[in-house]
Design a protein around this ligand. Structure first.
Ligand code: SF4
Length: 1014
């Protein structure tokens, strides 16, 4: 075929040095040679329809190649019109085709025909399912049992759709998977900047610092990975902290393998280096840190109780803590006076009412001097002692970081922050380096995520629910990020409530979460869960314990919109059912996605709208209005109207861009799948607040400016979540910096919070500034024969649950041996392939050893994306072992009967399956470890590793769930519940993020609960 396009650069948003993308003008009719016809030159013609990948959160663009003759999807490739992924994908993107054609997928709604877990199912109609579930939910609402409805989501895929459905029902029943994923990182970032995710500008950085395996297993895998490589290609230095030699580490200029949990000690030693040598950005720190607030609270600390001890309190052997404590908090007025004199501060004001000593007018030099004292003990030698990394290497890294200026891009997600207790302190220490260098919202720096994403206003906005969900937001975790999802079985067993109707949605807690046998116990107890509805595209370990299994569409079979912080821009992606879009482009009228999906596979948006309609068919509950058409009142909203309204009314620039091509906004999005709203957002915090937003303002002593003027309606204004307003109902609009009112950051102070008054006020005063905290797996907390198991990494070609029948991925990798270092293996007399027993606090699993130099000696690791199983015939046969579950009282065992193997199906390739091993399900043997602040499940396990017993078989798992309960209670005892520590009688600081916020009055603790400080 003659090559017709020879552009060096693709002309769309990708603008990358590839000419292979089909130009968008030819997406209606694109010819390619049929590879299977070779050596004949047979041409096939395709219609190219965009959608987005649903195999991780990154939402990379995909282009479906729909054969114009057969009407079948031939393949998926990247969508060059997507500004985030720029036409590129990881292996999981193209493997979407395997999921579509999976011969074992669920195609019809199913209802259980025996006892829960018996594996007997009967086909049922969508109508019958909808009526049954709608009646249950309606009854629960009418009988004021709204707390018994819960929606538990794994992969959301869209910003806020289902939260709004729950709000329409008046139900605070949103539950997520965040606590087993990213709460640790989120907490650390939110404490600093008020937003819980970073948006690093890797491509323009001078130094890239990663605490995560971003090229393979971190977040935003592909969009970030490609920009890390762009940055490297432009000369950036790449520094990677990872206990394991990840794919990312192999690309690093500096790779260190610290002792897990010691990362904050290293980062604070680098911070100390910058501070002691005056290598930080003084002007940025002076303008944007809340140092005045910090100084002010120091003067108050003599009158405030300090937080007590917790069981994982740091006890650095070189007495860092005692030095820190002395520096953090002035213990008495006498000491305060002496200190004040010693630094010759000007004390021009005292608080006359309380006679408290105030340091609010200290100058910045005082703060700098104190800063030097606080962090002086974080020496490279101390960091080396904690981490096992050579002090000279840490110093070398510190010197490289010091050269970055405002071009330091750093990122943490999962990794250690989800591995160890107080892992959030690692993300906090990491961001401190950016905050010191002023590399915040700069080219090559790190942006707060909300500045680099766009969430459009929907067609209907229901009010906040008038209730508080006690089961998903227990009082022990007032600062958690977010719902305490993985504790659900324990909270139900505690008797804190029960569930009438429980939805799991693209979520597989029996397999994904720790302590899966406790999940099975709860899911099989009909007194705890009345009706379990599993919304899933594929069989999974949790769906076996459902009452209904409802088949939901894969990425190219459903609608969603999404926007992610892939770089300094704002873009909106559109996931759509590609066959529906193709038919509509060809002039067909498609009103229901089931018309184009395989079997009776539906999509969730239509499902939720229809269910909501049936809960309130006559509108008498006030619910129906939120899924009602605006164009045709009295009719249910369609997805075309829902998205059409958003694209026409809420996305700046899109209507104009579409009109330029003679398209309606919805048709534009159906044709291209993405829209770039703005590039180079820049430093929002430095924007001057316009005068029209400054009505009836009041300014407090810290320069926070509150206004009565309403929020601007323009969608061009970047959304800036605002913390609490003032006592008179004004909202925080900005802060005064050097005489000008700036937008600032969405924190309570409006600045970057070096000092967290939130932590101090809610019982964690000792951690109110960035600090190193020894973790639950610190050597001090391990027995001599214990080591650490790292389970937070994954192979880059598997997805938690949905890839079990992605045959191309399975062929690449299908097992998860235990990584252990050569020297460690020698001590244990182990070689690669030997069976190993790994003992946790509640049981053990048996796995094969993989001896490697690619891990820190003495630490072991096992990928968490393997070990799928099924008890009955139904299941994803290509990567699920068939097992036997044994159960006596609290004792559970899982025994493998057979692994994968060839089988007959509609796909001839299933007869070619050559692998048998599908890995081991380690998570079943992990007890719950809720971090007392972030609520993160702390994944790293203190384990004993030894050669397997002669009676052990590969894949054996034994667990005692009574021990799980004991460990749950032990960790729960470390929390500081709102009942005892809330400073204002509320359950949670209102300013902190929550996916679905109840009405403000429901933040109040019940009558009789005493706040810790009035
Ligand atoms: S990174 Fe891979 S799995 Fe994730 S959205 Fe992109 S292509 Fe899909």
């Amino acid at each position: 075929m003659k090559r017709e396009h020879s552009e060096t650069f693709y002309p769309g948003p990708s603008r990358i040095h590839l000419s292979a993308f089909p130009p968008k003008e030819r997406w209606d009719d694109w010819p390619e040679l049929d590879s299977q016809a070779w050596p004949r030159r047979k041409e096939r013609r395709y219609q190219l329809v965009p959608t987005t990948c649903f195999n991780c959160e990154s939402a990379c663009g995909l282009l479906a190649y729909i054969d114009k003759d057969t009407g079948a999807i031939q393949k998926f490739e990247g969508n060059p019109e997507n500004p985030g992924s720029r036409g590129r994908n990881c292996a999981k993107g193209p493997a979407t085709l395997n999921q579509i054609t999976d011969p074992d997928r669920i195609l019809y709604p199913l209802k259980r025909a025996g006892k829960r877990g018996d594996g007997k199912w009967e086909r049922v109609s969508w109508d019958a399912v909808l009526d049954t579930i709608a009646a249950r939910i309606r009854n629960a609402i009418v009988e004021d049992r709204r707390a018994e409805i819960m929606y538990h989501v794994g992969r959301p895929g869209e910003d806020g759709f289902t939260e709004r459905i729950l709000a329409a029902w008046g139900v605070d029943g949103h539950n997520s998977h965040t606590n087993i994923c990213s709460s640790g990182a989120r907490e650390g970032y939110q404490l600093w900047m008020g937003l819980d995710r970073p948006s690093p500008d890797h491509a323009n950085a001078k130094v890239i610092l990663l605490i995560s395996a971003h090229l393979e297993s971190g977040h935003y895998f592909n969009p970030h990975a490609q920009r890390v490589i762009d940055g490297k290609a432009s000369g950036a230095k790449l520094i990677v902290f990872d206990t394991r030699l990840s794919n990312t580490a192999t690309h690093a200029d500096f790779f260190i393998a610290p002792y897990p949990g010691s990362e904050a000690a290293i980062l604070l030693s680098i911070a100390n280096y910058l501070i002691q040598n005056n290598l930080y950005n003084r002007e940025f720190v002076r303008r944007w840190w809340n140092w005045k607030e910090y100084l002010e609270q120091r003067s108050e600390s003599a009158e405030q109780p300090r937080g007590g001890e917790i069981f994982i309190e740091p006890t650095p052997t070189n007495d860092v803590r005692s030095q820190q404590s002395a520096a953090h908090f002035v213990e008495s007025e006498k000491e305060a006076n002496a200190f004040a004199e010693s630094i010759n501060m000007s004390r021009r004001r005292r608080d006359a009412a309380s006679d408290k000593l105030k340091f609010v007018e200290q100058n910045f030099e005082d703060f700098e001097r104190i800063l030097k004292q606080i962090y002086a003990s974080y020496t490279f030698e101390f960091a080396a002692q904690e981490s096992g990394v050579d002090a000279g290497t840490i110093e070398e890294i510190a010197k490289v970081i010091a050269t970055a200026g405002t071009k330091l891009s750093s990122h943490n997600w999962r990794s250690v922050t989800s591995g160890v207790s107080h892992g959030w302190s690692v993300a906090r220490a990491l961001f401190m380096l950016n905050a010191l260098l002023g590399a915040v919202a700069t080219e090559g720096g790190v942006f707060p995520n909300a500045w680099n994403k766009f969430v459009p206003k929907p067609i209907h906005t229901p009010p906040h629910p008038r209730m508080w969900g006690e089961i998903n937001w227990p009082r022990e975790f007032p600062l958690s990020m977010h719902e305490m999802s993985f504790l659900l079985p324990h909270l139900l067993k505690d008797g804190r409530g029960k569930l009438d109707t429980y939805f799991t949605r693209v979520y597989n807690p029996v397999w994904t979460n720790p302590d899966g046998f406790s999940w099975i116990e709860a899911l099989t107890d009909e007194n705890l869960i009345g009706c379990h509805v599993a919304l899933t595209p594929v069989w999974n370990e949790t769906s076996y314990f459902a009452d209904y299994i409802l088949p939901m569409g894969l990425g190219p079979e459903r609608h969603d919109i999404h926007s992610y912080e892939t770089h300094d821009s704002q873009w909106l992606g559109f996931r759509q059912p590609v066959m529906r879009a193709a038919r509509q482009r060809n002039g067909d009228d498609v009103r229901d996605t089931r018309e184009v999906n395989p079997g009776e596979v539906w999509e969730e948006n239509e499902f939720w709208m229809e269910l909501t309609w049936r809960i309130d068919p006559d509108g008498s509950l006030g619910i129906r209005q939120f899924v009602e058409s605006k164009k045709e009142p009295g009719q249910r909203l369609s997805v075309d109207e829902y998205y059409g309204w958003i694209f026409e009314n809420s996305v700046p620039g899109l209507p104009e861009k579409a009109a330029a091509e003679n398209l309606a906004p919805l048709d534009f999005m159906r044709r291209y799948g993405a829209f770039e709203i703005a590039r180079k957002i820049g430093a929002i915090h430095e924007q001057t607040v316009p005068s029209e937003e400054l009505g009836d303002v009041r300014e407090d002593s810290l320069g926070r400016v509150f206004t009565r003027a309403s929020k601007p309606a323009s969608p061009n204004v970047v959304p800036l979540p605002s913390p609490d307003g003032d006592a008179e109902g004004r909202r925080l609009v900005g802060i005064r910096v050097d005489g000008e009112i700036k937008r600032g950051f969405p924190t309570p102070s409006g600045r970057l919070e070096f000092f967290s008054r939130t932590l101090a006020d809610w019982g964690w005063r000792q951690y109110a500034i960035p600090t190193y905290i020894k973790s639950h797996v610190h050597p001090d907390n391990l027995e001599p024969d214990q080591t650490i198991l790292i389970s937070t990494f994954r192979l880059p070609i598997q997805i938690h649950t949905r890839s079990a029948n992605a045959k191309w991925l399975n062929e690449i990798a299908h097992t998860n041996p235990l990584w252990l270092h050569t020297s460690h293996a020698a001590k244990l007399n182990l070689k690669t392939g030997d069976l190993v027993r790994v003992e946790t606090e509640i049981g053990y699993f048996v796995v094969r050893a993989w001896v490697t130099e690619g891990i820190k000696p003495g630490i072991v690791a096992c990928s968490h994306h393997m070990g799928r199983w099924k008890v009955h015939e139904n299941g994803q046969k290509q990567l699920m072992a068939t097992v036997r579950l044994e159960h006596e009282g609290d004792r559970w065992a899982l025994k493998r009967e057979r692994g994968a193997g060839p089988y007959e199906s509609s796909d001839a390739d299933t007869l070619r399956i050559w692998w048998n091993d599908v890995g081991v399900h380690q998570n079943l043997t992990f007890p719950v470890h809720p971090d007392p602040i972030s609520g993160m499940h702390c994944w790293h396990q203190a384990v004993r590793v030894r050669k397997a017993e002669p009676t052990d078989n590969y894949g054996d798992i034994h667990v005692d769930t009574e021990k799980s309960r004991e460990i749950y209670k032990k960790w729960l005892a470390q929390t500081r519940p709102a009942d005892e520590h809330s400073p204002n009688g509320e359950r949670r600081p209102y300013w902190m993020l929550r996916p679905l916020k109840p009405a403000r009055e429901f933040y109040k603790l019940p009558e009789g609960t005493k706040p810790s400080t009035p």
